[in-house]
Design a binder for this molecule. Structure first.
Ligand SMILES: [Zn+2]
Ligand SMILES: [Zn+2]
Length: 71
């Protein structure tokens, strides 16, 4: 089980590590580099699954390949 995911901003490539928390699957965050708020597309799981190097805990637990990050 991976408890941290490093998000890469799609706008400026700034990387920041977030701690994964169970049942918290944010759909956007504010980048610490460019201060824009990257959003996921409809149908995507969450920011960790889209922008992170590891998917959210829900996906890790269920083994869901919601967006191809695992499996
Ligand atoms: Zn950024
Ligand atoms: Zn997710």
């Amino acid at each position: 089980m991976i408890l941290e995911s490093t998000l890469t901003c799609p706008h400026c490539k700034h990387k920041e590590t977030h701690t994964l928390e169970e049942k918290i699957v944010p759909v956007r965050y504010q980048c610490g580099g460019c201060h824009q708020s990257p959003r996921i597309n409809a149908g995507d799981c969450c920011i960790y699954c889209v922008f992170g190097d590891y998917p959210c805990l829900q996906s890790q637990i269920e083994g869901a390949s919601c967006c191809g990050s695992i499996n």
